[in-house]
Design a binder for this molecule. Structure first.
Ligand code: ADP
Ligand code: MG
Length: 925
């Protein structure tokens, strides 16, 4: 109470912050007449001038006003758009490395051009990050007009580019790309063997669009690069055989949590079995060396005790196929990770398929923390302000809208059952249709979208495929068409380009669009439709001329007329079919309506059967509803309910934040190690000559070996000379008379160390003499890098497994994170030891039979990012849609348009009519 009163009088901290930007806005505005008077050449020449000033030590902050004014003038001349004052403010927020919260339709794409231009003046490259390839391409082309006008180079990183193309794109002043592709390049770069092969040139400044989606939602799963691993089917089969020998006392099953754990006796029992099979090292199963074995035992146990054939999976043609737990559908091709799928195959006596090994991985949190300066923009950040501050040190600044917001956000309507709720939803959709009001129906999953689509189809509505750009053609006449054509579209965030088109027309009167929250992201819904998108679709390949001009005008007039109608019908109605766990996602949905001062309405429909209500609604809410007298087929609308739900959402948000924070803490351990390794690698690649490094390694190995067998200050009688002799042979390939040396008068360990070192150095010197210094330097470097990579990958797998088993360990009182940290450190130390030994051993034995290959090949690799909401692999989808766009003519069936993929407008129509596609199946109604 007092707080909100105080805010009324003094304004909020945010208001004050925003107010502080106005003097600069005034200064930028004041430059306008002067810049308007410049010719295009003169305007462009300012870029060179700014660059010189920066090179001479001028601060970017001091150039902000003239640089922003320059960009605004260029935007006016190229796009015909003048940055609004609030857009200038957004640009300043981004330049300061904060998050600009700007509502949908405020023009964030254009806002980014201001700080991008300013920060590109250093010549070090600015990255703009988008959520999908379509948006990266769209924004680079769209904003590229401004950049090119000002003499900046623009690059785009999308799926399917080769290294050469990537490198060129990263060399540009501005590079647009998705979080997945940028992270992927970073990981891949750090597996290269030569510096010039690296494609990225540093991480200076990134602006992340839809920053909440990328840094909060997507960040729940890491980016992974994997490659094939050696065949280990023997191993799985061996472990599998032990499981059926367990009895009830050996494990505990928790049906609810879906976990199974070995008991103390079970562990002892298995340890015996594993020992017999020679699978345990050292004296305890829980020693660090056995982490992987324990992990696979756990997986085998899960495969047997938690997974049921024909319920969770089926076995078909020697393959284990997962059954989706929610839809009951088979998911061929999908595999459980971490060896679980192999464990199921072993259990079912199916062939154990080769597995993939993680070659590298990183979370988005850690990727984006690489940047010297990070900024973000989105319509919805304030609910997650704590997380941005905590994890990324990013402040959220709410930038006011250009026009006052007048959308009517109505209270939720609550029903008793889902069926009643859906009846009300359909009634509202029909009502919108009759009044010609466009409606966007938001769902929480693809399944729910499909269910709603089915209900509409049952009542005679026609669903338009998302690839059908004519979905709304029937509505374009406005008038009767809007009300009578019972058509709707369903978007599910897979075919970004087509979905962008459909969502851009979702503001046409009578349009009904059902979409999950991710669908059509980045494209705003304008009332009456989007004229530019329609022009590109409908007359895009028409040469400029009177014909085209006339058609363009017709479309623009039509859109203007439709806009009047949509306005009269109340603007866009956003209908939420369920509350999401996070308020932010609900706000994203509402934000689709009411852009740039347009009218609009938003409303959520809920039922007591919704997940959020069932799980988090608490008894309090139930009691409240009884008090309010909730009846069958009747809805309750009351501000109390909204408040209560908001509380429930806040609780879930806090819990999810905790989960993410905890995950990050574990990942930070690996991240620190990754940084060390990657830095080392780059340094090694940078060195022309690593002879010094490998010689140092060799000397430490020798010291280490000698120390292991000759205790300090020990008499020669106490030396383990036979052991030392064998190890010198094994590791260094040296046969030395250590036993003779031990008999010498007054000999000490120091003397032995020197002699061994000398012999080893001689061997290496002989190799240099034999093969030439140049070849040896090359060989040393590649042996070093390859051994490092090999060990690092093994290390990653170990860390993964360690993380899986750390919770199961018997350290009752200890904190798993601390345990993980100290064991991970030990493993890292071991890695360094093994590196020294491995490199030395290889080099001591190396014989070069032919000239070394010019370039070391990277292993075959795949990149993955599992979307945390849908469980789908985004990079596989990106690859599939890139492939789909290029369906070979031979694979197209003339009578089945779904096999055609993307057809060029001027191609001959694949149906065989002989006409051009645009005059046949590709024709717009
Ligand atoms: P956001 O990302 O903030 O939702 P977009 O960048 O997609 O918004 O822009 C929404 C629409 O507003 C686009 O059609 C864009 O061309 C238009 N727009 C943005 N800024 C301006 C401006 N200053 N003047 C006119 N139109 C603008
Ligand atoms: Mg946008």
């Amino acid at each position: 109470m007092i707080g909100s009163l105080a805010r009324k009088i003094f304004g909020s901290a945010n208001d004050r912050r925003v107010r502080a930007y106005y003097p600069k806005v005034e200064a930028i505005n004041a430059l306008e007449p002067e810049l308007e008077a410049l010719s295009d050449e003169q305007l462009r020449a300012r870029t060179e001038d700014f660059r010189k000033q920066v090179a001479n030590g001028a601060l970017l902050d001091d150039l902000l006003v003239p640089a922003f004014a320059t960009v605004r003038e260029a935007a006016k001349r190229t796009l015909g758009q003048r940055h609004f004052d609030v857009q200038l403010i957004g640009g300043m927020v981004l330049h300061e490395g904060a998050i600009a919260e700007m509502k949908t339709g405020e023009g964030k794409t254009l806002v980014a051009t201001l700080p991008v231009y300013l920060n590109s003046l250093t010549g070090k490259g600015v990255h703009v990050v988008t959520v999908n390839d379509y948006l990266a391409k769209r924004d680079a082309e769209w904003m590229g007009q401004i950049y090119n006008f000002l003499g900046l180079k623009v690059g785009v990183i999308v799926h399917g580019l080769d290294d050469e193309q990537r490198k060129v794109a990263y060399e540009c002043d501005v590079t647009y790309g998705t979080n997945n592709e940028l992270g992927f390049d970073y990981l891949r770069d750090n597996m290269k063997y030569e510096l010039p092969h690296m494609v990225q040139r540093g991480h200076i400044f990134a602006i992340v669009d839809e920053v909440d989606s990328i840094l909060v939602d997507e960040a729940r799963t890491p980016l992974i690069i994997s490659g094939p691993l050696d065949d280990r089917s023997e191993f799985y089969n061996t472990i599998d055989k032990f499981i059926p020998t367990l009895d009830k006392a050996h494990f505990d099953v928790d049906e609810k949590l879906r976990t199974v754990t070995l008991t103390e006796t079970g562990m002892e029992f298995l340890e015996g079995k594993l020992r017999e099979a020679d699978l345990v090292k050292g004296d305890s199963l829980y020693a660090i060396e056995n982490v992987s074995v324990v992990h696979h035992v756990n997986q085998a146990l899960r495969a047997h005790k938690m997974f049921q054939r024909d319920r969770d999976y089926i076995v078909k043609n020697d393959e284990v196929v997962i059954i989706d737990e929610f839809t009951g559908r088979m998911m061929p091709g999908r595999r459980y990770s971490e060896g679980l799928h192999q464990a199921l195959e072993a259990k079912e006596r199916a062939t154990v398929q080769p597995e993939n090994q993680t070659l590298a991985s990183i979370t988005f949190q850690n990727y984006f923390r690489l940047y010297d300066k990070l900024a973000g923009m989105t319509g919805t950040a304030s609910t997650e302000a704590d997380e941005f501050a905590d994890i990324y040190r990013l402040e959220v600044v709410e930038v006011p809208t250009n026009m006052p917001m007048v959308r009517d956000d109505q209270d939720d309507e609550v029903y008793r059952t889902g069926a009643e709720k859906y009846r009300a939803i359909i009634a509202l959709i029909k009502d919108c249709k009759e009044r010609g009001q466009p409606v966007l129906v938001g769902t929480t999953s693809i399944e729910k979208s499909e269910m709603l689509a089915q209900s509409l189809s049952n009542e005679g509505w026609e669903q338009h495929d998302f690839s059908d750009v004519n979905a709304f053609a029937k509505l374009y006449s406005g008038d009767g068409g809007a009300k009578n054509a019972l058509v709707f579209a369903v978007l599910n965030a897979r075919y970004h380009e087509q979905e962008a088109y459909i969502i851009s027309q979702a503001g046409v009167p009578g349009a009904v669009t059902i979409a999950t929250n991710m669908a059509g992201r980045g494209t705003d819904i304008q009332l009456g439709g989007n004229a530019d998108m329609r022009i590109r679709q409908e007359v895009g390949d028409l040469a400029a001329g009177p014909d085209r001009t006339a058609k363009e005008k017709k479309i623009r007039d039509e859109v203007a007329r439709l806009k009047e109608k949509a306005l009269a019908a109340g603007g866009l109605f956003v209908l939420g079919t369920e509350r999401h766990e996070a308020r932010r996602i609900d706000n994203q949905l509402r934000g689709r309506s009411g852009r740039q001062g347009d009218p609009g309405t938003s409303k959520f429909f809920l039922s007591l059967e919704d997940d959020l209500m069932r799980i988090f609604g608490s008894d309090q809410l139930g009691g409240m509803l009884t008090k309010l007298g909730l009846q069958e087929n009747e809805a309750i609308v009351h501000p109390w309910i909204n408040k209560a739900l908001e509380k429930a959402q806040q609780k879930v948000e806090a819990r999810n934040f905790d989960i993410r924070k905890n995950l990050l803490k574990f990942d930070d351990v690996m991240n620190d190690q990754r940084k060390v390794i990657f830095e080392q690698r780059i340094e090694l690649m940078r060195d022309d000559d690593v002879a010094e490094t490998v010689a140092d390694m060799r000397r430490s190995v020798v010291s280490e070996l000698v120390a292991r067998h000759i205790p300090q200050n020990a008499y020669p009688e106490q030396w383990d000379t036979p052991g030392l002799k064998i190890e010198l042979q094994n590791v260094l390939g040296l046969t030395l008379p250590v036993d003779e040396w031990a008999k010498e008068e007054g000999i000490a360990d120091e003397e032995v160390r020197e002699r061994v070192t000398r012999s080893a150095d001689e061997v290496m010197a002989a190799k240099v003499a034999k093969y030439g210094a140049e070849i040896m330097r090359y060989v040393e470097k590649s042996v070093l890098l390859q051994t490092l990579d090999h060990l690092w990958r093994e290390h990653l797998v170990m860390l993964d497994h360690l993380r899986q088993v750390i919770g199961f360990r018997g350290y009752a009182q200890r904190d798993p994170l601390n345990e993980y940290k100290s064991e991970a450190f030990q493993l890292f130390d071991t890695l360094l030891n093994r590196l020294r030994e491995g490199v030395t051993a290889q080099l001591m034995r190396i014989e070069i039979v032919q000239a070394p290959p010019a370039q070391t090949e990277l292993p075959p690799m795949q990149a993955h990012h599992i979307n945390p909401d849908t469980g789908e692999d985004e990079l596989a989808l990106a690859a599939a849609s890139a492939a789909e766009a290029r369906v070979a003519a031979a694979d197209r069936k003339t009578d089945d348009p779904s096999t055609w993929g993307k057809v060029g407008r001027n191609e001959v129509c694949p149906c065989g009519s002989g006409k051009k596609y645009k005059h046949c199946h590709g024709r717009f109604a």
